[in-house]
Design a protein around this ligand. Structure first.
Ligand code: DGL
Length: 266
């Protein structure tokens, strides 16, 4: 059986990209809920319904595990999904803990980038409260990056001005780690890097999620002998047109070239 990957759009491919490295012999279903993106700008109730519809659809295709490759969807629905289904369900959360651990010693702050909905949610507030004992975590929503990614607009000359404007009131010199708490953001790591001191760490949870997935499948003896084949769906429709399929392929190649999101903490 296949492994399901789910996101509101192409952000989830930044996580799938890592899974392909750690689990190249699995086959995958990638589901992007492009009809309903952006989740980050919608209400919790609305997004919750979309997520359950999408996951029900994927379950009908047959999956042995599910990765919610979306921080927003994880914060809204991962607990309820686990109640409903009895196969492994992995989520992705802003990697605040390693960021705080690394910055405390350096007397630097942590800046979390995520969607508005993720940042509003209790799950995020509880996470920060449990870890951030010295008040070093700050956060900002970057919905424009989700839009840029969906428009396949990755050029620095377009992205950097948006970042500069949105981050205009922050003193970017004081941060030691930037947490990419939305799976659409790793595409822009180079543009983000440009604005911060050279030694800043930029981290996401995608490698950790991929490693966890491998560990869980191994423990359950559910590893496959597949070829890394990916079937793509957009909001319930199988993607068959060559142009879209080749743009997905190009995204994976681009991510390979960027070598993103190494958790390069000692
Ligand atoms: N990729 C999603 C995340 O990780 C959110 C994008 C959206 O707003 O739909 O949070």
């Amino acid at each position: 059986m296949r492994i399901g990957f789910f996101d509101s759009g192409i952000g989830g491919m930044t996580v799938l990209h890592q899974a392909l490295k750690y689990l190249p012999n699995e086959d995958y279903i990638f589901y992007a809920d492009t009809l309903n993106i952006p989740y980050g700008e919608k209400s919790k109730e609305e997004v919750r319904d979309y997520i359950f519809q999408a996951v029900d659809f994927m379950v009908n295709q047959g999956i042995k595990a599910l990765v919610i490759a979306c921080n927003t969807a994880t914060s809204i629905a991962v607990d309820d999904l686990r109640q409903k289904y009895n196969f492994p369900i992995l989520g992705i959360e802003p990697a605040v803990k390693p960021a705080v651990q690394s910055c405390e010693g350096k007397r630097k702050k942590v800046l979390v980038f995520a969607t508005n909905l993720t940042l509003r949610e209790e799950k995020f507030h509880n996470l920060v409260k449990s870890i951030d004992h010295h008040d070093i975590v700050e956060s900002v929503a970057l919905p424009g990056l989700v839009q840029f990614a969906e428009n396949l607009e990755f050029r620095e000359e377009k992205v950097v001005p948006y970042l500069k404007e949105t981050l205009g009131s922050f003193d970017l010199q004081q941060y030691g780690t930037v947490v990419l708490g939305c799976t659409h953001f790793p595409y822009f790591e180079n543009s983000i890097k440009e604005l911060f001191p050279e030694e800043v760490d930029i981290i996401s949870g995608s490698i950790g999620t991929a490693k966890n997935l491998k560990r869980i499948l191994e423990a359950r003896n559910q590893m496959n002998d597949g070829t890394g084949e990916i079937i793509y769906y957009k909001s319930g429709y199988k993607v068959e047109d060559k142009e879209t399929l080749s743009s997905y392929k190009n995204l994976l190649v681009m991510l390979d070239e960027l070598q993103l999101c190494h958790l390069n903490l000692k």
